[in-house]
Design a protein around this ligand. Sequence first.
Ligand code: RP5
Length: 334
Amino acid sequence: MILLGSASDYKVAQKAVNVFEEMNINYDLRVASAHRTSERLKEIIKNETEGVEVIITIAGLAAHLPGVTASLTTKPVIAVPVDVKLGGIDSLLSSTEMQLGTPVATMGIDRGDNAAWLACQIIACNDENLKNVLKEKRFAYNAKIQKSEEELIEKIAGKNYRRTERSVVEAEEVNSSLKLNPDTKVLIISGNYSNMEVVRRIIQTLDTLKIKSEYKVISATRSPEKLESFIKDIDDDVDMYVAVSSLSTILTGVIVSHTTKPVIGVPCTTRLFGIDSLLSMIEMPPGVPTATMGLDAGENAALFVGRIFAIYDENIRNELVKFMKTLHRNVYYD
Ligand code: RP5
């Protein structure tokens, strides 16, 4: 289901609609503002989302639509911040920086297309056919980019343009030597050891939800071949990834570029209050979404993973509901 805070957000929603039409995925579209029509929103989420697998919320300004929606459901909620004022940064921050218990996977500003791509990746977790279609689409991007390069060069037609010679460098045999436990469903990758506290909180929350995970520490800049070969080796064996990264989050970019499985990203605070990692993780080009959580929000990343599994797995749904009840008790002291 695609939810808009206002009909004026349709220009962004249209991008999601186009992807669903291309991918042949059924969708519903509603307009309900979290502030102006809160009862209507509650009515839709509570009574009209049975059978819906993923909810995409699209809103600008103080965008509380994603968070309020996430508080009313255990389904995965994706947010698309809309550029209405401040270049959309207001709505980006109000979508990502969610409180513990209500995870929202946020896309780049106006990236309605990526919200639909992520929704497809989530649905594909339980749909082999869609999994294959997503892989085909990935190859189609190669052809598209190659064609655009040719057109561009033709257009430049500069007399000093020289294409560099192709010289084949023998690739070094890379053996990642990293293996996964056979029952691992979620792979957590951290770029360094400084963010291990966040990793610990992800693992602990996944354990509570009874979801098997394991973690590896691999740097995307210091051991790029190792990371690439590892992802290629194990991609068919995991359902999804959680990537923990700080500074320029090359790690998430690399993982996303080698898989069509959902990648949930946790930007961490090292410098600049973490704004560098948040923005470099979230602002992905069309077709390669990173489901970005709030800064250092390890638990919410695990809960978002839980929401994806809960679509098809009743046991995990029950664990998720149990976890939420404990949280509510802590908040209300009852
Ligand atoms: C938000 O306020 C909406 O999601 C929209 O992006 C923005 C402006 O809404 P309108 O005044 O155009 O209805 O709630």
